[in-house]
Write a protein that binds this ligand. Structure first.
Ligand code: NAI
Length: 326
């Protein structure tokens, strides 16, 4: 049995991710929750002829019932960016949404894997950690910031300039999930693909600010939803594979206490004094099971890491303070 809940299921990401999760034949129960429009989305998705049973829940009074027995909880609830906004501008609204949803997780399904999509991920993941700690149910191996879209974009953007590069090949992306905290490790690929310094710089910038391309093109109608749904469903598929004993790995923004090798790998690349950072994670039946083999940062990436650490530190502090100072 694999039971998955989507919180924010009627949204721009919520709807297509619910569709993709309905198509995942390993999922047996799919619970969809939102504060609006959820019965329609649920009825629609439930007609797809895969075996999973779809149930719909709407409004805070049904949240606990939605979460009972869930093994994986995916959270794309919250507001997206409009042109000119950074992900940090979403903090004031989304911090409270994530805090309240994770409080319900702590009470109804404390052992579930929690996959956080809501931005700013650099802060919402520490918020989730603090809420679970407050409730005495925190397992750092089980809480993930979903940064898979940065990896998906990296593969595709490299393919755009080097058609011989296979889109299905994963690229290591570390750091956080906003602007210059996103660090694609391109050094060894640059040698392999004969990328010039200018090409590496342009690629790095495009990967870091790829979300802005979508925000701009949608012109006030939101941010990435379809590519994000794809990325999120890929992350959930990898998690399910790991739970079922098949080797899997994904880059994800995790608690560095989740595994001794996480803190060790982070320290090795100059990341100290942070509770969270995105690394290539080996996934196992209990979640984070170590650090997956990955390309090592080169000298230029080491500089980017230094900048990212400063920004992520303040993002984490904002998230932690939001829960602890209430
Ligand atoms: P959207 O506005 O289309 O959908 C959000 C949904 O959340 C809505 O249906 C809304 O009713 C629901 N919602 C609001 N408060 C809720 C609550 N308390 N409980 C349950 N549901 C609630 O937004 P969209 O485009 O789906 O984006 C959602 C979030 O995902 C945003 O914060 C966005 O920044 C983030 N995002 C993250 C990415 C990543 O790579 N991690 C990529 C793209 C977006």
């Amino acid at each position: 049995m694999v039971a998955v809940a989507v919180l924010g299921a009627a949204g721009g990401i919520g709807q297509p991710i619910s569709l993709l999760l309905k198509l995942n034949t390993e999922i047996t129960k799919l619970h969809l929750y939102d504060i609006v429009r959820c019965p329609g989305v649920g009825a629609d998705v439930s007609h797809i002829n895969t075996d999973s049973e779809v149930k719909t829940f709407q409004g805070a009074t049904q949240l606990k019932e939605c979460l009972e027995g869930m093994q994986i909880v995916v959270i794309p609830a919250g507001v997206p960016r409009k042109p000119g906004m950074t992900r940090d501008d979403l903090f004031n609204i989304n911090a409270g949404i994530v805090r309240d949803l994770v409080q319900a997780v702590a009470e109804a399904c404390p052992k579930a894997f929690v996959c956080i999509i809501s931005n700013p991920v650099n802060s919402t993941v520490p918020i989730a950690a603090e809420v679970l700690k407050k409730n005495g149910v925190y397992d750092p191996r089980r809480v993930f910031g979903v940064t898979t879209l940065d990896v998906v974009r990296s593969s595709r953007f490299i393919r755009d300039i080097r058609p011989e590069f296979s889109c299905s090949r994963s690229v290591t992306v570390i750091g956080g999930h906003s602007g210059n905290t996103i660090i694609p490790i391109l050094s060894s690929l640059a040698a392999e693909l004969n990328l010039s310094t200018e090409e590496v710089d342009a690629l790095t910038h495009r990967i870091q600010f790829g979300g802005d391309e979508v925000v701009k093109a949608k012109n006030g109608e939101g941010s990435a939803t379809l590519s994000m749904a794809y990325a999120g469903s890929r992350f959930v598929s990898s998690l399910i594979a790991a739970v079922k004993g098949r080797p899997a790995s994904e880059c994800s923004y995790i608690d560095l206490d989740a595994h001794p090798s996480a803190a060790e790998s982070a320290a090795h690349i100059g990341v100290t004094g942070l509770s969270h950072f995105s690394l290539p994670v080996a996934l196992g039946p209990d979640g984070v099971d170590g650090i997956a083999p990955h390309d090592k940062p080169g000298a230029r990436e080491a500089e980017l890491i230094k900048e990212a650490v400063v920004a992520i530190k303040s993002n984490i502090a904002a998230g932690t303070a939001f829960v602890l100072n209430k």
